[in-house]
Design a protein around this ligand. Structure first.
Ligand SMILES: Cc1ncc(COP(=O)(O)O)c(C=O)c1O
Length: 378
């Protein structure tokens, strides 16, 4: 009798937590007929602002849209420079280009992988208009240092918090609650998802008014449907998405705890592999909001080969993140080249995102860790 081959179930990179609460929240909106510009938008904004301790929030169609509007709100214009991290998702640099400004990269801290405040300070010129630090992989950026730098040079400050919902600074302020615009993303792999979507948290009511107008085709709140007093965009978030966001917000704490415990299991299972670097532990009172579990492979390991070997075992993984300044578009557009940001380049060349989601069970973590260890120790 021939044996049926054992089927290996694939462990995906990410998987959202969606249940009956989300279904009924969305159904309620569908039945109400208010699919957009309805009451759920304000409700989601208020609940989200309260969650991160910010006075105000504006819901937008994506993290990218939020970063674009936030940069405009702090006054970035054509010819300006915006200092940001080369170790980020490409959108945090692209948004400066949308406005005809130049993203100026500075190297990252080798431990937190966030923009290094000293490298940022060394990059300030008379054209610098804003700083755009990124809380990469959910680890809080050194905001007190960036706030001091911004104050010293009169610069705008926008935080890319797209990966950092649930993170907390050493002084107890949640990421997004410091007052200047901070932008969250709600794509399907994020701590909270609305499918696509984003949120800008902030303290300044005048900035919120500008952002709310610009996300809605440049309409002022008291204007009719077809009257516009400034250039705007369609960066609105629908009521369907906001209802989903409200339901997700209700279960956020539970999802964050689950993510943190998956991370802890990985940390234990992958401890002691020579040359393998794990995400930095929380340090000095800063607390990570777990988004991804990204390791750096030992130097000299063939990362593509590891990705292929993991895939053959039914385990998804992804080189994450590539250095922005080495992407072909950035090389051509800004003349970037290898060797400019050695810390970022070393980290980006070795980074690998492993499967990571709240419902990941002990067996799945063990399977990923054992397979990876086996490959590295072979
Ligand atoms: C650091 C960072 N910035 C910006 C974005 C853009 O967000 P969105 O995909 O919602 O436009 C992302 C999303 O992946 C991100 O991870």
């Amino acid at each position: 009798m021939s044996r049926a081959p054992t089927r290996v179930t694939t462990i995906p990179l990410a998987r959202p937590v969606l249940g009956e609460a989300e279904e009924s929240a969305v159904l309620e909106v569908l039945r109400s007929g208010y699919l957009s510009l309805g009451p759920r938008v304000g409700e989601f904004e208020r609940a989200f602002a309260a969650r991160v301790g910010a006075p105000l929030a504006s819901a937008v169609s994506s993290g990218t849209a939020g970063l674009h509007l936030a940069l405009r709100a702090v006054g970035v214009q054509r010819g300006d420079e915006v200092i940001t991290s080369p170790f980020s998702f490409v959108a945090s640099a692209n948004v400066a280009l949308y406005e005809g400004a130049r993203p100026v990269f500075a190297d990252i801290d080798p431990v937190t992988l966030n923009l290094d405040p000293e490298a940022a300070a060394a990059s300030v010129t008379e054209r610098t208009r804003a700083l755009l630090p990124v809380h990469i992989f959910g680890y809080p950026a050194a905001m007190p240092a960036f706030e001091a730098l911004a104050a010293r040079h009169g610069l705008g400050l926008v935080e890319d918090a797209c990966e950092a919902l649930g993170a907390v600074h050493a002084d107890g302020t949640p990421v997004g609650g410091r007052g200047h615009p901070a932008v969250f993303g709600f794509y399907a792999n994020k701590q909270l998802t609305t499918g696509e979507g984003g949120m800008i948290t902030l303290a300044d009511a005048a900035l919120k008014e500008r952002i709310d107008s610009e996300r809605n085709q440049g309409r002022a709140p008291d204007m009719g449907w077809l009257d516009h007093d400034r250039l705007g965009f369609n960066y609105r978030l629908s009521d369907v998405a906001c209802a989903l966001g409200l339901a997700q917000l209700d279960r956020l704490d539970e999802m964050l705890v689950a993510r943190a415990s998956v991370a802890q299991r990985y940390r234990e299972a992958l401890a002691g592999v020579e040359g393998l670097e794990l995400p930095c532990p929380d340090c000095g009172g800063d607390r990570r909001g777990w988004f991804v579990f990204v390791v750096q492979l030992p130097r000299g390991v063939d990362r593509d080969g590891v990705v292929r070997a993991l895939a053959a075992e039914g385990i998804q993984s992804k080189p994450y993140l590539p250095a922005i300044h080495l992407m072909s578009f950035y090389r051509e557009r800004l003349g970037c080249r290898a060797g400019q940001f050695p810390v970022c380049e070393d980290v980006a060349a070795r980074s690998l995102a492993l499967p990571f989601f709240p419902a990941m069970d002990e067996g799945q973590v063990a399977r990923v860790a054992l397979t990876l260890k086996g490959l590295l120790e072979a």
